[in-house]
Write a protein that binds this ligand. Structure first.
Ligand code: R5P
Length: 296
């Protein structure tokens, strides 16, 4: 099939799992920083005539974008037949509107930039809120792996009498999908965000939760402030300690520790972000989805 998978720095385990799942070769890509901060990049494995897959989860995307774009452009210059991107976490999806005059619509700009350099994109649950599909901003073919069946499976296996809770209206799409598959009830909290780290939530009907295990489900845990506000609110209502489940564990700064300190009984995430904490493996589903974008 002439497929070769390359890891951008930090994505070595992902690349190895993808190569294994696809029955593809693992290539070697050198990426390093010159003392002045510029990027040096070299394909040690030839790419001419190959379908190249770049493995690069896109949290902290500013650091990753330049090496990724250099790698994609270089692979094409060196004769790769196609260059695809496997990014289990797709960054720059949250600024999906100009909230204030003069703001950059970074979701669309980032999408345009990636679309100019790679031929296809495979990802897991991108933050589609005001954009309803990736096709609205990406001009390349893409495939999206839904994490809901994997989260639902984990909940079914590990939690007695769960009630799934979305911390805000944006989480409704994820929590309702997980609840449906897990066969569990769900509700959504009302959230007000006043700043990056200033979030409050409230619960519509605390009585419905008594005697059940609250399971908070969200797509992204970044600063953790959304989950923390939800955990505190549930505890203030005298409910059981909640299990917190996030698809993408960004865990900016002390988010994980702060969430634990706030009272989360467990913090469960997928491995879309390679920080060693995700226990729900998305790679088999990602491989399946990518197969549709690669030539046999
Ligand atoms: C909201 O738009 C998302 O679904 C998450 O609720 C949000 O990204 C979580 O961010 P943080 O952890 O910084 O509160």
């Amino acid at each position: 099939m002439n497929i070769v998978v390359f890891a951008l720095p930090g994505n070595e385990a992902l690349a190895a799992a993808l190569a294994d799942g696809l029955g593809a070769a693992s290539g070697r890509l050198q990426v390093r920083r010159f003392p002045d901060g510029e990027t040096y990049l070299r394909f040690d494995t030839p790419v001419a005539g190959q379908q190249v897959v770049l493995a690069c989860s896109l949290h902290q995307p500013d650091d990753k974008a330049m090496p990724l774009l250099f790698a994609a452009a270089t692979a094409k210059e060196l004769g790769a037949t196609s260059v695809g991107l496997a990014a289990p976490y797709l960054g720059y999806m949250r600024q999906d509107k100009r909230f204030r005059d003069g703001e950059a619509l970074t979701s669309a700009l980032f999408a345009r930039m990636l679309s100019e350099h790679v031929d296809w994109l495979a990802t897991v649950d991108p933050h589609l809120h005001r954009w309803h599909t990736l096709d609205q901003i990406y001009s390349i073919p893409s495939t999206v792996v839904p994490a809901a069946p994997l989260l639902a499976q984990w909940i079914r296996t590990n939690i007695d009498a769960p009630v799934l809770i979305g911390p805000d209206a944006e989480s409704e799409q994820w929590v309702s999908a997980v609840a449906r598959i897990a066969g569990a009830p769900h509700l959504v909290l009302e959230k007000v965000r006043r700043g990056d780290r200033d979030v409050t939530v409230s619960i519509p009907d605390p009585v419905a939760l008594r005697g059940r295990t609250p399971v908070l489900v969200d797509d992204i845990i970044s600063t953790g402030r959304t989950m923390i506000a939800a955990v505190r609110h549930l505890m203030a209502q005298g409910l059981n300690l909640p299990v917190c489940i996030g698809v993408h564990a960004i865990f900016a700064e002390d988010a994980r520790e702060a969430l634990r300190a706030a009272g989360a009984a467990r913090i469960i995430t997928t491995n879309t972000i390679p920080n060693g904490t995700g226990i729900i493996d998305v790679t088999p589903e990602l491989v399946r989805a990518m197969s549709g974008l690669l030539l046999n």
